[in-house]
Design a protein around this ligand. Structure first.
Ligand SMILES: NC(=O)c1ccc[n+]([C@@H]2O[C@H](COP(=O)([O-])OP(=O)(O)OC[C@H]3O[C@@H](n4cnc5c(N)ncnc54)[C@H](O)[C@@H]3O)[C@@H](O)[C@H]2O)c1
Length: 354
């Protein structure tokens, strides 16, 4: 592909996320927005109002020889067919997350990419969330000593939005919606094999599909991860809570309130016991300030448009794809293991051997 010319992008599905894509690429000189297609006339009208070219049909979009790349941002159950149709038309494809309804569908999509010799990737944009990048930096730089527990969660208090997201047949539910982001982040960060998975789902506001889940994932090297998505929390727990041998980090929410606390003197075990009406404890007494030190969270520059920059550079043959087929398959298989654990109420073992 000629790296002097911008890549021509078309977007299928101009809902909340499709519109977001068109805005995000608008300031990237590497990309020209060719147009969009949406099945709903009102969304087509809105795109036209926003000055975006609208294709009359999906077929006409796929037949436009000037289009190099297509972003597919339709409800989840449609990803498989639309992405494969686009790849069979010779287009490179970015699919929204979750890439597919199951690993068999994903395999069909990967096969279509290989058969047609086109790029196929998934918009795992939350790899560029600053809160995640901070945790990744602390992990990679060993700031807390050996990390043995990671809690990653998102808490909402509105249940599942009342559109296709609350119906199983459309790929709804919180495992598919948010779980896929949190699991992708962790699998991208942690190098080890997964030894076991145990999960539970909640159905507080919804009967058809999960409105939340908690998964315990045991990695090798004694790292336990708890991933939780929940939509009925009127008090939220921290987005991240990570324990290392020499310190703890907590990040409250996306606005990045949080701190790192590290032990400065392991040897000093002097303690003022906590005395309550019913008893006394030294073990659980808070540390005094002379044996711990508090640090602010590091700040990290990150720009989600690097996802598109990477796709463009991959098309020019200048970079490797950041979100790879193998990675999205592993996340999809982990989501399947989570479902199996819930259905059977068992611990799923030897995940990476399956
Ligand atoms: N990566 C992220 O951060 C993120 C955030 C939100 C949504 N998403 C994903 O983006 C996708 C779309 O979600 P959304 O929130 O924009 O949903 P949405 O309901 O707002 O938009 C979906 C759009 O697709 C259109 N559509 C449906 N069938 C179509 C078809 N056959 N052809 C063309 N258009 C069709 C609908 O008319 C609608 O405008 C989902 O896969 C979702 O999981 C990703």
């Amino acid at each position: 592909m000629d790296n002097c010319k911008p890549i021509r992008l078309a977007v299928i599905g101009y809902g909340g996320m499709g519109a977001w894509h068109t805005k995000k690429v608008s300031k990237l000189p590497e990309i020209d927005l060719a147009g969009i297609y949406d099945i709903k006339p009102e969304r087509m009208a809105l795109a036209a109002e926003n000055g975006i070219f609208t294709y009359g049909t999906m077929e006409s979009l796929l037949a436009d020889a000037s289009v190099d790349l297509i972003t597919v941002a339709v409800p989840n159950h449609l990803h498989h067919d639309i992405c494969i149709a686009a790849m069979n038309a010779g287009k490179n494809v970015i699919c929204e997350k979750p890439v597919a309804m199951n690993s068999q569908e994903l395999q069909d999509m990967i096969d279509a990419a290989n058969r047609n010799g086109v790029l196929f990737t998934v918009h795992q944009n939350r790899r560029w969330d600053e809160d995640f990048r901070i945790i990744r930096k602390l992990y990679e730089e060993n700031t807390l000593g050996r990390i043995f527990r990671i809690e990653s969660r998102t808490h909402g208090s509105r249940g599942i939005p009342g559109d296709w997201r609350n119906q199983k047949c459309y790929g709804g539910g919180m495992l598919m919606d948010w779980g896929v982001h949190l699991l992708d982040q962790l699998l991208w960060m942690l190098p080890g094999k997964i030894l076991s998975v145990y999960a539970q789902m909640s159905y507080v506001t919804n009967e058809d599909c999960d409105d939340g889940f908690t998964a315990q994932v045991q990695f090798e090297h004694d790292v336990t991860v708890e991933v939780q998505v929940s939509t009925n929390n009127f008090i939220s727990l921290p987005r991240w809570y990570v324990l290392g041998e020499n310190g703890t980090v907590s990040i409250e929410r996306w606005t990045l309130e949080g701190k790192i606390v590290k032990v400065s003197d392991w040897e000093n075990r002097d303690v003022v016991p906590v005395v309550t009406a019913a008893g006394i404890t030294k073990t659980m007494a808070p540390r005094t300030s002379d044996t711990i030190k508090e640090y602010p969270l590091p700040r990290i520059e990150c720009d989600v448009r690097d996802f598109y920059r990477n796709v463009v550079k991959s098309l020019y043959g200048e970079e490797k794809q950041i979100v790879t087929h193998d990675q999205v398959m592993r996340v999809m298989k982990l989501m399947e293991a989570i479902r199996l654990s819930v259905e059977t109420n068992t611990v799923i073992k030897d995940f990476d051997e399956i």
